[in-house]
Design a protein around this ligand. Structure first.
Ligand code: ATP
Ligand code: MG
Length: 419
């Protein structure tokens, strides 16, 4: 019969790859909690309106990448393409701002974007999303970046590039926007169709275009750094000074605008050469008005999202030979032995001992082969004759030695081996 495969762009994460994911997630829980973050779990499905308003109508995500459907003809719903909008919705809905002047939250889970699937780009992918809501003090920006660099290093990632930029604020960004529009006036022909449209809807987004001629044109474009107001300049400088306090290397990239509309002031990305074309491990920035725009109080925020697939691909495969196998394999020969193996194996597991057995009744030779493959430290051999005589054979797989042990206190004997 024809097999049913997963949907294009939706991928299974199999063991041992899942070990890496748990390792990364475990580190995230540890590092983030040391910095005062708490975990939030938000739904995968939201009202479409949340993303339209939150991410912005003229972004790639909202224009063409969302999985949106009408729920039984009643309401337009969307599989979340990112987590920030949902976190802010929850923050407002549950009035978390009333409890603390600063709220630090993180969420881990799948996001959905209908992009062209390729290496490092999927339609369901996973992010670790981190947000700080509160004052717009640049020390908070610095603290977040200190934490993220520490996190990446703690899972063993090095040779990463941190790029930062300031996108200015409501006061100074309009001037920059105008400068971009007048710079591009008369050069429309050189731009791709998307960017020609962006010229009237969202000209800053043209910096983000991956089409070569557009990138070429934009190398000459005005830079935000020349337009920032005094407040934004000071904010950006304080951030940089504080990164230097922690010897964090960074580059200012005035062309980095990021793909979402809500960013103001600080934006940042971490990239690496080891990922090929999809080289961004994480991206984020400050959003001074998102909470207000989603109907909440006038509270600022800053956050980032790490791509888990890309991050996991940077961590070396765990070596199968060095990963410890079960403590014990129980080879059982005959029905009675099999029952005995079942009891012993599961009693040991209940005590936290990693034990394995085989219910197939295969030959001793093939069971020993399996024990080898599992890389087990010890094997117990249970045969019909041994059962009658209330004994078993215990084989030390590393030393290739074996001894007879009594069946009555076999559990005790094995537990001693574990100590
Ligand atoms: P890119 O420029 O690679 O499209 P982005 O700017 O769309 O990234 P964000 O929306 O900021 O990315 O998401 C943060 C991170 O999530 C990215 O740096 C990347 O690691 C990961 N990511 C984004 N889209 C995908 C995807 N389709 N598949 C896998 N990972 C993704
Ligand atoms: Mg993208």
């Amino acid at each position: 019969m024809e097999i049913i495969t997963a949907v294009r762009g939706f991928k299974d994460i199999l063991p041992p790859e899942t070990d890496k994911w748990r390792y990364i997630e475990g580190k995230a829980h540890d590092v983030f909690s040391a910095f005062g973050f708490r975990e939030i779990r938000i739904p995968i499905l939201e009202k479409t309106e949340l993303f339209r308003r939150g991410i912005g109508e003229s972004t790639d995500i909202v224009e063409k990448e969302m999985y949106t459907f009408t729920d039984r003809g009643e309401e337009s719903l969307t599989l979340r393409p990112e987590a920030t909008a949902s976190v802010i919705r929850a923050y407002i809905e549950h009035a978390l701002h009333a409890a603390e002047p600063v709220t630090k939250l993180y969420a881990i889970g799948p996001m959905f974007r209908r992009e062209r699937p390729q290496k490092g780009r999927y339609r369901q992918f996973n992010q670790i999303d981190v947000e700080i809501l509160g004052p717009d003090d640049p020390h908070i920006d610095a603290e977040l970046l200190v934490m993220v660099i520490h996190f990446l290093r703690s899972v063993g990632l090095s040779s990463l590039n941190l790029e930062i930029n300031s996108l200015g604020c409501e006061k100074c960004r309009p001037g920059f926007r105008e400068a971009i529009v007048s710079f591009l006036r008369g050069r429309e022909e050189e731009l791709c169709g998307d960017c020609r449209r962006r010229l009237s809807t969202n000209p800053l987004r043209i910096f983000d275009c991956k089409v070569e001629p557009c990138r070429e044109v934009m190398t000459q474009a005005p830079r935000m750094t020349d337009f920032v107001c005094e407040d934004c300049r000071r904010h950006f400088e304080t951030l940089q000074q504080n990164l230097e306090q922690f010897q964090i290397a960074y580059q200012v990239n005035p062309k980095m605008v990021r793909g979402l509309d809500y960013y103001t002031r600080t934006t940042f990305e971490v990239t690496t050469e080891h990922l090929g074309a999809q080289n961004a491990v994480l991206g984020g920035g400050r959003y001074d008005h998102l909470v207000r725009d989603l109907g909440g109080p006038d509270i600022s925020g800053i956050g980032f999202a790490i791509g888990l697939e890309r991050m996991a691909s940077l961590i070396p495969e765990p070596d199968a030979k060095t990963s410890p196998g079960p403590l014990l394999f129980i080879a059982a020969l005959g029905d009675k032995a099999l029952q005995e193996a079942f009891l012993l194996c599961n009693r040991l597991r209940l005590k936290g001992i990693l034990a394995e057995t085989d219910y197939t009744g295969r030959s001793l030779k093939s069971q020993m082969k399996r024990a080898d493959k599992l890389n087990t430290a010890f094997t117990v051999i249970l045969g019909e004759k041994e059962l009658v005589e209330k004994r078993a054979l215990l084989r030390n797989m590393r030393q290739s030695t074996q001894e007879e042990i009594g069946l009555d206190d076999i559990e005790e004997t094995i537990l001693k081996l574990a100590r």
